[in-house]
Design a protein around this ligand. Structure first.
Ligand SMILES: *Cc1c(COP(=O)(O)O)cnc(C)c1O
Length: 461
């Protein structure tokens, strides 16, 4: 027995074989390793050379100290992809905000008076300049905005909602549940497919605080259906002196080139003209900025939101404010190139075709690339069922699932369609083509090697 255990290396000696590692973690890994090794030896397991032990520990250390977040290539054709981090920042925007983030700043300080300032005041001017909205408030995300608004204005009071708009968006955010948690009382009206203005009118009573409308971000009701428009709801709310609130989901500026969007979704400028009480939307969906919930509307209501203690829990960081400010400034100056979400959505068909050709030229012929017309999507809950024309490269391979996985393992996220892996060019960023080429060359080499071993027979043609 003793004989076997003498093969176990000393902790000190193992520790000396490493440098540049976190000492506490390394010790823990070594202890765990030695315990397992001892057990294995006692059960008749093989003896390991010292070097082998070091290698095992190194592998374990490496595995445990990998960063979890990594960059990916979005070849799905969905520009605002919630699973892939939604809107991307450009280098220009990051460079612009860097001096702010790497220094102290006036986040909550009024330089002129030398007194404490208002963190929420920073974006007011820019929003007013861009939209002409009375006032604005920015919170952590749009879900937080919805919660804050219900909690502030409808605690123990009724909120009237159409049964066709009791939405669930991703991440199990369900309007009825959010309302309940916020203390608001849900008053459903209409049916799943049809709601009339009369349904709202009849539901209003002295306990009603608000008429609420939610954007149908991820579904459509077609056929025998009717919903009440935002404009009508605003007039009714005004007439009855209650609040109207529209959870818009994804707000965007109606800039030239986004006509396809504007056909189905009202741009922010148009919504502001309706003079609503409150509207909220996400900062990192079509707007293309940072994760945030942007609330705009009448000053008196925004003031009340600011008085809610909850706001302290939902408040945004300087990074968010700086990134949003830079994004709004780019809108103001018409520099849409600086906002990747805008740039990707504004690409012309010719541009996309050219990019597809460029990518095509880089792809190893083994994958039998073909340029195909594709349907891409804006994502982020706008126009869920309306495609934007795009192009992609279809790749053929014995097993498309295997190829999709091999690409995914190398950080390239495509999709499978009719037995082929499609790499859509719509949401590709600068340099992605070359990275795709490199990955495919590596995959090719890997497959050649596998075939030479006789392994990949199932996948090779
Ligand atoms: C996306 C969305 C939200 C949630 O916004 P987040 O910024 O993700 O918190 C809420 N309501 C609607 C209608 C949405 O589309």
């Amino acid at each position: 027995m003793e004989n076997v255990l003498r093969h176990i290396p000393k902790t000190d000696k193992l520790l000396k074989a490493f440098n540049g590692c976190n000492g506490i973690l390394l010790k823990r890994i070594i202890t765990e390793f030695l315990e397992a090794y001892r057990k294995s030896l006692l059960e008749g397991g093989a003896v390991m050379e010292f070097e082998k032990c070091v290698e095992r520990i190194k592998e374990d250390y490496f595995k445990r100290t990998q960063k979890s977040l990594k960059p990916l290539i979005n070849a799905t054709g969905i520009v605002v992809h919630t699973n892939l981090g939604r809107s991307v920042f450009s280098n220009e925007i990051l460079e612009e905000i860097k001096p702010l983030l790497c220094a102290y700043n006036n986040l909550e300080y009024e330089v002129k008076k030398g007194v404490r300032g208002d963190r929420y005041a920073h974006l007011q001017n820019l929003f007013a300049a861009l939209l002409g909205a009375e006032d604005v408030l920015v919170v952590n995300n749009n879900a937080a905005a919805v919660f804050l608004i219900f909690n502030t204005f409808a605690k123990n009071k009724e909120v009237v909602v159409s049964r066709g708009e009791l939405i669930e968006i991703g991440g199990s955010f369900r309007i009825p549940r959010v309302m309940e948690d916020s203390g608001a009382i849900l008053k459903e009206v209409g049916t799943t497919n049809k709601t009339n203005l009369k349904d709202y009118q009849e539901a209003i009573n002295p306990d009603t605080a608000m008429l609420f409308k939610a954007h149908k971000s991820n579904y459509e009701i077609v056929g025998f259906s009717k919903e009440v428009g935002h404009r009508e709801l605003i007039s009714l709310a005004k007439e009855r002196q209650i609040i109207d609130y529209y959870d818009l989901g994804s707000g965007y500026f109606g800039i030239k080139g986004l006509e396809a969007l504007a056909k189905h979704e009202m741009p922010l400028e148009e919504i502001v003209k309706l003079n609503p009480s409150l509207v909220s939307f996400s900062g990192d969906k079509l707007l293309g900025g940072a994760q945030a919930g942007i609330i705009f509307g009448k000053k008196c209501y925004i003031e009340k939101l600011k008085q809610n203690q909850l706001l302290r829990m939902l408040r945004v960081d300087k990074f968010t404010l700086a990134a949003l400010e830079a994004t709004l400034m780019a809108y103001l100056q018409g520099e849409y190139e600086k906002i990747p979400t805008c740039r990707l959505l504004l690409q012309s068909k010719e541009e996309l075709a050219r990019n597809a050709e460029k990518l095509f030229d880089l792809i190893p012929k083994r994958f039998e690339p073909v340029i195909v017309a594709t349907k891409s999507y804006s994502g982020g809950g706008a126009m869920p069922n309306r495609a934007l024309e795009s192009f992609g490269i279809a790749l053929s391979f014995g097993s498309e699932e295997r190829l999709e996985e091999l690409l995914r393992e190398r950080g390239i996220i495509g999709r499978i369609e009719s037995g082929k892996v499609i790499l859509d060019v719509r949401a590709l960023l600068e340099g992605d083509e070359v990275r795709i080429q490199e990955a495919l060359l590596e995959i090719e080499e890997f497959l050649n090697h596998e075939e030479s071993l006789g392994g990949g027979a199932n996948y090779a043609r």
